[in-house]
Design a protein around this ligand. Structure first.
Ligand SMILES: CC(C)=CCC/C(C)=C/CC/C(C)=C/CC/C(C)=C/COP(=O)(O)OP(=O)(O)O
Ligand SMILES: O=P(O)(O)OC[C@@H](O)CO
Ligand SMILES: [Mg+2]
Length: 229
């Protein structure tokens, strides 16, 4: 079933490689966030992904797996799969190579549950930045050009400005927003306050909050929800 994911303004990203106690999980699931993204770059295994999914299921909140590799593309018990392609890397494995291997190895991909994401990774110090070899020193205009061709040439439904682990440059997100017509713009990276959520929420259709859940706690998460909903 295809959820109305285009209406989401706030998504919480939980990392299978990190731990939250049951009380915190309940507060995340009832925080008002529109969906939970089960996603991480390092050390995601079928076991820890399944364990996290079992913690967050049953609250009636949309669950989306965002795999970092083909063996993480598990869709049992979740509503959708958001699959990244990192556009700003010279390493084509992260653009299309992994995806071709996936199509080769998995005959029964539920394509109707798959939503492709055009990632522009801009924090060289994040796990995703290191793993993918992303070229991060881009001007707002250069990022906007990725956003424009992602929507109008590659026809990606989501463009994701990814600063994972650091708070990004609002001018970059503004430029990307101005370059996009109908695609959905995601922003994630360093959102740990209502102010930051509101600032990026001016430009992005959907903001993603990850690390703050683990580092600042659920009250901070709720403040970021209130800022955009
Ligand atoms: C083709 C299939 C099924 C999978 C491959 C999908 C691709 C190309 C993924 C590349 C980008 C990537 C690794 C995305 C993972 C999601 C993500 C950006 C997680 C960010 O979390 P971390 O970068 O781990 O943050 P921390 O450093 O805080 O752990
Ligand atoms: O962890 P943070 O910095 O909130 O970033 C969220 C998400 O964009 C990570 O992929
Ligand atoms: Mg991680």
């Amino acid at each position: 079933m295809h959820l109305k994911w285009k209406n989401w303004t706030h998504v919480t990203k939980l990392d299978p490689d990190k731990h939250l106690n049951p009380g915190a999980i309940e507060e995340v699931a009832t925080s008002g966030t529109d969906a939970i993204l089960l996603s991480g770059t390092l050390n995601v295994t079928p076991e820890n992904l399944t364990a996290l999914r079992e913690q967050v299921e049953g609250y009636g909140i949309p669950l989306v797996v965002e795999p970092a590799d083909t063996d993480g593309a598990l869709f049992d018990g979740v509503d959708m799969l958001f699959v990244p392609s990192v556009l700003n890397t010279p390493d084509s494995r992260w653009v299309v190579g992994k995806h071709q291997r996936w199509a080769l190895e998995c005959p029964d991909i539920p394509w109707n549950l798959v939503v492709p994401e055009a990632y522009v990774v801009l924090n060289p110090n994040s796990a995703v930045g290191r793993v993918t070899g992303a070229v991060c020193d881009l001007s707002p205009a250069e990022v906007a050009a990725y956003a424009r061709c992602a929507e109008h040439y590659f026809r990606f439904p989501i463009i994701y400005i990814e600063y994972s682990g650091m708070y990004g440059d609002p001018a970059v997100v503004k430029a990307a927003a101005e370059a996009i017509d109908d695609a959905t713009l995601y922003y994630g990276g360093g959102i740990n306050s209502a102010e930051r959520a509101a600032e990026m929420g001016k430009y992005a259709d959907t903001i993603v909050v990850g690390n703050a859940v683990y580092e600042a706690g659920v009250e901070t998460l709720k403040a970021t929800v209130r800022a955009v909903q």
